[in-house]
Design a protein around this ligand. Sequence first.
Ligand code: PLP
Length: 404
Amino acid sequence: MFKINDNYLKLPGSYLFSTIGKKVAAFKEENPDKDVISLGIGDVTQPLAPAVIKALHDAVDEMSKAETFHGYAPDLGYEFLRRAIADNDYRARGVEIALDEIFVSDGAKSDSGNIVDIFSEDNVIAVTDPVYPVYVDSNAMSGKTGEYWKDKECWSNVIYMPCMAENNFVPELPEKTPDIIYICCPNNPTGTTLTKEDLQKWVSYANEKKAVIIYDAAYEAYISEDNVPHSIYECDGAKTCAIEMRSFSKNAGFTGTRLGFTIVPKELKSGDVSLNSLWARRHGTKFNGAPYIIQRAGEAVYSEEGKAQTKEQIAFYMKNAKNIREGLSDMGYTVFGGVNAPYIWLQTPDGMKSWDFFDLLLEKANVVGTPGSGFGPSGEGYFRLTAFGSAENTEKALERIKKL
Ligand code: PLP
């Protein structure tokens, strides 16, 4: 008889965004006349930049001729893209990353899900809490998180590092020593960041404990403050303890196009074993590569035109973020984030539970947000709004929230 991976059976309910989707669908069915505005799911709405569209068209044309046709992509990704990444994302910030330390992929979600493959089951993971749920879920699917405690809505073998208003959203070094530490900066959902000094503490700690940091910089392009690092490799010693993930989704609108990359430095080792070679082995075997056409589109993001056009998109979202932040603040809400990230994190009024506030907002204002508790136990009593809507809808949503 075949047997399933029963770690899947331990997973709680459905993925956060499927639950939200179902609730919203049911509400719309019962209220077909209501105009529901979504400031919930973290998907972008601006179209791909003209420079990217041109690169896509050109690459499609290349595929039509035998002389310029491209089949399977190289395991690590095309050199033209890895070179653009090394030059623009790293060298321009004083960080040297070798081309064979860059692994191009179809997005940071896949990489977050897949990276767990190269770590054994008995690793103890630590996550900042609340955080992007994919880290814990992927580890749960591969049996690294122990049992799920339904009453506490957390896993027995995960170290949760609370990030709340009380500690200014900066996690404290944990009492129990973790093996794998997840840090997302700028953070989804809180929109908050660590300063270089804060991050340096984590890098030194990880080196001291021989732990690895998995650093998710998917929102790097939204950083507006000078003391927030754009890469963990800006910190001393990070190459011996950190993997960094990046995405083209939020900086250039590739959520549907799919492109990302992960840096695994050659100095990063477990005993004598280099994680770079393990990941290269996995990448070569289990990953088909991001398509040539898409990698050319990614390259165009780094062209002068591409940089200017994607910068405009980010400015557009950040204007929404500013409006939401200031609008809610004027209404008396306590709000965080929205300065270095497209997320606004608010404290629910009168200590309401996150899901109760979700229902209130949906039913009375017809606005969809994301309950903070869906991102981890410390998210209870908080709520996430995103800046990815249109300017008009964002304004409309604020007017409705004001009337609550
Ligand atoms: N990392 C974080 C922190 C995210 O919030 C998201 C998407 O919302 C992703 C990664 C997914 O990135 P990608 O679209 O490249 O898979």
